[in-house]
Design a protein. Structure first.
Length: 354
């Protein structure tokens, strides 16, 4: 038979020795002792159940979702917690394949992220022995293309934790309270599936400084950020839930997000230096058939203002140029032409036509 979905509102202890009111009839229900329940069904009706049913009363708690018989309202079994379907879609089922060795020029940033996220999860006793509390979360900031999201994916691949990926624009919803509910459900799901990591990309979409506005949309974004602040304060730092946030506009974030006790560790991702650019191009050329005459140090000197993503684009363009001329291996000249191709596509050199 189909169940009627209900919520447990309250659990009560009933003592059969309680004095009855004068004139009150004593029925069988009053002779029972133990736990009783107050439930609210999906039809918005509230019932008091002297007999709970087939479920052990000790396993129930207020807020639990249960299935009850639609005629007798006896609780037949507990149901799994209901989450927003959009939050369930945020859980990354396929583990990312990136490794720390795939990231060039970010050795210091990798070490800081491992100390703040991975170490408290895998070696919690080290923090307990020293009597220190691990950071609740990490804020990664820097220009676009410097490897923030890539490092978060590598961190997820190296830990066996559940990985929830949220994007800031996903939390901006049309209806009032919808974005805040997504944040609540995401943290509730992370707690249930602990150890877990919540990665919030493009944090500046909801974390901008608060200001007086008459627009309902702006106020709703601020409500979503306030719920995020509440969730960051709500769970204890020694729990197995960690938050990683990434943004390239740290200057417009609300100071309440940046204070110590919320996103404790702040990791800056600068533009790569010459050594880092050479390392990045070596990493992305590992699987290519490259000629021995390719000088990565000279290529790094020619890419003075390139970020990590543009260094990768140089390797891709060099491969396309070699493919175009029918070569079997990439030469140094292919890389130099690739640098010119990427420079031509930079925003400063683009021309727009109506």
């Amino acid at each position: 038979l189909p169940y009627l979905v209900s919520n447990v509102i309250e659990l009560l202890d009933v003592d059969p020795n309680d004095q009855e009111e004068d004139g009150a009839n004593i029925d069988l229900d009053s002779q029972r002792k133990g736990k009783c329940a107050v439930i609210k069904t999906s039809t918005r009706q509230t019932y008091f159940l002297p007999v709970i049913g087939l479920v052990d009363a000790e396993k129930l708690k207020p807020g639990d979702l249960v299935g009850v018989n639609k005629d007798s309202y006896l609780i037949l079994e507990t149901l799994p917690t209901e989450y927003d379907s959009r939050v369930k879609a945020m859980e990354v089922d396929e583990r990312p394949t990136e490794q720390y060795s795939d990231i060039g020029g970010l050795d210091k940033q990798i070490q800081e992220l491992v100390e703040a996220i991975v170490l408290p999860m895998n070696h919690k006793e080290k923090f307990e022995n020293l009597g220190i509390q691990p950071p609740k979360g990490v804020l990664m900031y820097g220009p676009p293309g410097t490897g923030k999201t890539l490092l978060a994916r590598a961190c997820a691949a190296q830990t066996k934790a559940t990985f929830l990926k949220l994007a800031g624009p996903q939390l901006v919803q049309m209806f009032i309270g919808d974005g805040a509910k997504l944040v609540r459900d995401a943290f509730a799901l992370a707690k249930e599936k602990a150890p877990s990591i919540i990665f919030i990309d493009e944090l500046d979409a909801i974390g901008t400084k608060r200001f007086d506005s008459e627009k309902a949309g702006d106020r709703e974004v601020q409500r979503t950020m306030l719920e995020l602040l509440n969730q960051l304060d709500g769970f204890q730092p020694n729990t197995q839930v960690k938050v990683i946030a990434a943004t390239n506009r740290v200057d417009i974030l609300d100071p309440a997000l940046l204070r110590s006790g919320r996103l404790d560790r702040k990791i800056e991702f600068p533009m790569p230096n010459e050594e880092a650019r050479a390392r990045i191009m070596q990493i992305h050329s590992r699987k290519m058939n490259v000629s021995p005459d390719v000088n990565y140090e000279e290529l790094a000197r020619c890419t003075d203002d390139f970020n990590g993503a543009q260094c990768k684009a140089v390797c891709v363009e060099a491969g396309m140029i070699a493919l175009r001329r029918g070569a079997t291996e990439l030469t140094h000249e292919d890389y130099m032409e690739g640098i010119l191709e990427v420079q031509a596509k930079k925003k400063a050199n683009l021309q727009y036509y109506a």
